[in-house]
Every structure is written in C-alpha cells, then in structure tokens.
Design a protein around this ligand. Sequence first.
Ligand code: GRF
Length: 193
Amino acid sequence: MKKIIVLISGGGSNLAALIQALKQQDIAQAEIIKVIADRDCAGKQHAFNANIPFAMIDRKLGAERFAQALNAAIADEADLIVLAGFLSIVPPSLIARFPRKIINLHPSLLPKFGGAGMYGMKVHQAVIEAGESESGCSVHYVDSGIDTGEIIAQAKVPVLPQDSAADLQQRIAPVEHQLLVKTVAELLSGNKS
Ligand code: GRF
C-alpha cells in the first residue's frame, strides 16, 4: 500500500474527494495514513469520519517550531504528501526530505494567478477582474517558491461574462476534485511523473 499524507487548512472538500476515491478504488493500493491541519478547521471532520489519524500543528508556533513539528509528524515512509487547501508555507527542510513527493492544488491555471496572497476567493476575483475567458485548476510539485513548482496537470473551465468570483469557485471546485484524484492515482501507479 502506498502511503499518502494530506495537509489541510480549510473545509477539506478535496480531502473528502480523496477519501471517497480510495474507498471506491479509483485510487488503487493506497491509503491516507494521516491528515495534518495547520489550524482548527472544518476539514478535520472528514478525517475523523474515516478514522484517519489526525494531527493539528499550529501555524502560530513560529517558523522553526512549526517546521520541526511538521517534520516529526511526517514519517519517511510517506509516498506522497498532498497539500489540499493548505495555506502555510511548506518548510524547506520538508521539501528537501521529499523531492517530487509533495504536490499542491491551486484554483487557477498556473503560472497565472498564483503567488503570495493568491488563495481562495482572491484568485477567482483576480481572474474576473483580468477579464479572462477561461480559468481552471492546477496540480504542481511544491518547491521553495509559492505556486512556482513544476506543473503536473491542469483542467480548464470557461469564465462566463456574468460570473461572480463565487460562481467561478463553484464551477472549479468539482473539477479540482476530479483533477486531484486522477493525478494522485497516476502518480502513485507510476503512470505519471
Ligand atoms: C482549493 O480551491 C484548492 O485549490 C486551494 O484551496 C482550496 C481547498 O478547498 N489550494 P477544500 O478545503 O479542499 O475544500
């Protein structure tokens, strides 16, 4: 069994999609061995419901203690670390331990609309203000920058003339769930690198 660790900060709908996909064997021969949050968040309930070990490592610990605690919570045996709506910067020491094994999901077509401060509804608002005709989501490897790592997979959706940021978020969310599940399945089975 391949071992996945999922890091969250929010509602955890992408965590829920992964849990469901594992249950249905859409992701084969794998399990989530731990969910880690950097704050109290609703997403932890998905871990509780699925009996997955959960840890909260408070982002307010300060960079050094946060990095130490996160490294201690993530065993060397992890095959894939999935940032599913994780808002903290990943410590360089963790990135160094897991080259090409940490992936992030972002709700835009990177490299557009990524970087510091670009998260959640702010991303969709920026896409609309820029007058884009399409948006989407990206899964990428995590490097030392913010949303700058190599892109692994993307999916597109149209942006319609009357769209609000919330409309766009709602159109992208289910597409993100599918893209994340598909990408995790392909990475773990070796069909993608
Ligand atoms: C997603 O839009 C993801 O792209 C971004 O944070 C959001 C997480 O949503 N990084 P959820 O917590 O999985 O519902």
